[in-house]
Design a binder for this molecule. Structure first.
Ligand code: ADP
Ligand code: MG
Length: 352
């Protein structure tokens, strides 16, 4: 397997790879799950051979749904759920929960139970990762523009002034009450799509035979394909984002990739990307170009994949082994590193 003349190897025992998506799906099968008698009785799924697809633009991301045997209103309901979550969680919508928290100036804000649930988990993951994933990173992220084309970046003085405002230990969530000191703000960009993928996947369970929900770097598959084959999810090649470097074959679950090539720009010969190191306010100095996690919780995988990029290869691999996470990392040379068992578990194929 060569690429650009270089030998690509999977390193042992952890080799693997990944990059984000292009997911092609195919096949399915053997993985069909036992259905609870009750669930079967209430299912509204229709002919599994009928495939329905829909696309939308939510959360600054192209979202694609592929449904097998969906009931009549599932697609519409998934799309309206996306609109509702956008209105709840977007940082740029003033009356969203996040907009209200960020404008509260130190006052306590009452939020939707779902927002409180995401924030509670965000704080747990922040603690688990030593704040490599940091939900109060907004004062820093708002100083950069990685997707709008302006290539805005902070001066050193602006960046240093924002650093003391980034501290997850100051965010409190009690029931549906959220409090943050004046001047501090939150950014759910590294976790919200995962939560939304989990919730939409639940909606598909008794209303379709199988579904593939693609939110850019977050993919969730449920049920099975009509021919019983496994779903095949491509992980993008960081060096050539139009193609896949690896393909993961899997039953129901989620594949989440964070990549430095996702939202980035180059200015004066320097590469800047959207995953910031909360300690410096600069794009994380990392030897990874992408980090992928496969599991059942897309919310956890989303936040953790972002944290793995900040940690860098060595720390990320040790962290995943310690926490029992199935992960695949790609470095700047397109070398793939997997946690133990990942390649076998997901029939990982290198694309070239
Ligand atoms: P994407 O949103 O492109 O799928 P990620 O899940 O990796 O990618 O999330 C990156 C987003 O998370 C950034 O655009 C920003 O909003 C936010 N973010 C950046 N750095 C961090 C960090 N260290 N911790 C938490 N969130 C972050
Ligand atoms: Mg993430």
């Amino acid at each position: 397997m060569t690429r650009g003349g270089k030998e690509r190897q999977v390193k042992k025992p952890l080799l693997c790879m990944l990059l984000l998506l292009t997911l092609l799906l195919s096949g399915c099968a053997a993985q069909s799950q036992e259905q609870e008698p009750e669930a079967a009785a209430t299912s509204t799924a229709t002919d599994p051979n009928v495939r329905t697809t829909g696309t939308g633009f939510y959360f600054d991301t192209v979202v694609t749904f592929t449904l097998y045997g969906a009931d009549e209103t599932l697609l519409e309901d998934l799309q309206s759920a996306c609109r509702r979550y956008e209105n709840l969680l977007s940082r740029t919508i003033a009356d969203s929960d996040v907009g209200r928290i960020n404008a509260a100036g130190g006052e306590t804000v009452t939020v939707d139970p779902e927002t409180a649930e995401i924030l509670t988990r965000a704080l747990e993951i922040s603690e688990m990762t030593g704040e490599a994933f940091c939900v109060t990173i907004a004062p820093l992220t708002s100083q950069w523009d990685f997707s709008g084309g302006s290539q805005r970046m902070p001066t050193d003085a602006e960046r240093l002034a924002a650093l003391p405002l980034v501290d997850d230990s100051k965010l409190t969530v009690e029931g549906n009450q959220v409090a943050l000191p004046a001047g501090m703000q939150i950014d759910l960009g590294g976790i919200a799509k995962g939560y939304i993928a989990d919730e939409l996947a639940k909606m598909c369970e008794n209303r379709s035979h199988g579904a593939l929900l693609n939110f850019g770097g977050n993919v969730y598959v449920t049920g099975a394909k009509p021919d019983g084959s496994l779903y095949r999810v491509g992980v993008r090649d960081p060096q050539d984002t139009a193609s896949s470097l690896a393909v993961v074959s899997m039953g129901p679950g989620t594949v989440v990739t964070s990549g430095v090539y996702e939202r980035c720009f180059e200015k004066d010969g320097v590469f800047y990307h959207h995953i910031l190191d909360p300690e410096t306010g600069l794009p994380a100095q990392t030897d990874l170009t992408s980090a992928t996690i496969v599991g059942q919780s897309s919310m956890d995988a989303d936040a953790l994949a972002t944290a793995l990029i900040v940690m860098g290869k060595e720390k990320a691999l040790a962290f995943c082994e310690e926490k029992g996470l199935d992960a695949m990392l790609i470095d700047g040379e397109d070398q793939v590193y997997c946690t133990e068992g990942f390649a076998e578990k997901y029939s990982l194929e290198l694309a070239r």
